[in-house]
Design a protein around this ligand. Structure first.
Ligand code: ATP
Length: 303
């Protein structure tokens, strides 16, 4: 799935801004960003539910709207709407008819998502977690190569989350499907996703493997010094990032503790602490999207 230059404006809000990224088969890709970052709008454009101002999305080289029998190519769970009086099984059979699929697919996908025991119960009485499973079953009806799921872990209990992780990884790794899942929490996709696409304020912030992000989170050094400005000047250079981490404390990335200690010594800067530490993925994600969240908060309160 290739997203190229997608842009969408609602009034004065640019929800999605020249966004481009690629989602590969055989992997689970996490689509991450804080609330209001434009994830749902992007997915709705990718699935032809709303029209972008600019840009394209193609699935296996073809725009969604041009796919013949789209259910066989792309399965999506964006918002899950059910007729409350209809059983889960009947809900799926209606979709089978609409998509030209045999009714027997309904029972097959119910079994895949573990809903067989509840198949004949009214969907209106399903728990949130069961509704999520029914949504997933609906997406799987056409046996699609691409799955797009908006916040699929919402409402699932810990056991359900565990099951979902294994299931999505199986669909991608063992069956070679393309799986895209959105979330505003990195922790929610951390154990499922192989890659992440991170957006903030409608723009791409980062696209890459989770391993890359993990490596990045390993390289921060905390320095405490009464001469913070002098130290910042002493370590500055290409590939080095320095941020303030409280009074008299700096975080330096791009240099080892030995290199920072040496530069401080040469510059005559007194050090009180020099420690390498793993900042953790969540912190890297927060740092990447912090500006975007600020922007979202400002634009939200102004409107
Ligand atoms: N139909 C609409 N009309 C007006 N503004 C909209 C509409 N849809 C989305 N927006 C705005 O576009 C921005 C992006 O919203 P979107 O729902 O795509 O973000 P999101 O990343 O999915 O957020 P969340 O995690 O909260 O679901 C927000 O500022 C939102 O208020």
């Amino acid at each position: 799935m290739e997203v190229r230059g997608l842009t969408k404006t609602f009034g004065s809000v640019t929800a999605v801004d020249s966004l481009s990224f690629t989602v590969e088969p055989g992997q689970v890709t996490g689509f991450l960003g804080p609330n209001g970052a434009g994830k749902t709008t992007t997915l709705r454009m990718a699935l032809g539910l709303i029209t972008p101002d600019r840009g394209t999305t193609t699935i296996g080289g073809t725009p969604y709207a041009a796919l013949r029998q789209p259910a066989r190519h792309v399965g999506a769970v964006l918002e899950t709407a059910f007729h409350p009086g209809r059983s889960g099984r009947d809900h799926l059979r209606v979709y089978c008819r609409a998509a030209g699929l045999p009714a027997s697919r309904a029972d097959e996908v119910l079994a895949r998502v573990g809903l067989t025991p509840a198949a004949r119960r009214k969907a209106g009485n399903y728990s949130l977690g069961m509704r999520q499973r029914l949504g997933l079953a609906t997406a799987l009806l056409g046996d699609p190569r691409v799955l797009v799921l908006d916040e699929p872990a919402n409402g699932l209990d810990p056991e359900g989350i565990q099951w979902l992780r294994g299931f999505l990884r199986h669909l991608a790794h063992d069956e070679g499907r393309t799986v895209l899942i959105s979330s505003h929490l990195l922790s929610e996709v951390e154990q499922t996703a192989d890659r992440v696409v991170i957006v903030g304020a409608g723009k791409l912030v980062r696209e890459g493997s989770l391993d890359e992000l993990r490596r990045e989170s390993a390289g921060t050094v905390t320095v405490r010094t009464p001469q913070a400005d002098a130290l910042a000047a002493a370590v500055a250079g290409p590939g080095v990032a320095v941020t303030t981490a409280g009074p008299g404390a700096l975080q330096v990335s791009g240099l080892t503790t030995d290199e920072i200690g040496h530069r401080a010594f040469v510059a005559g800067v007194e050090l009180h602490e020099l420690s390498a530490r793993t900042s953790g993925l969540e912190e890297v994600y927060f740092r990447l999207t912090a500006g975007a969240e600020q922007y979202a908060a400002t634009s939200g309160s102004a409107s």
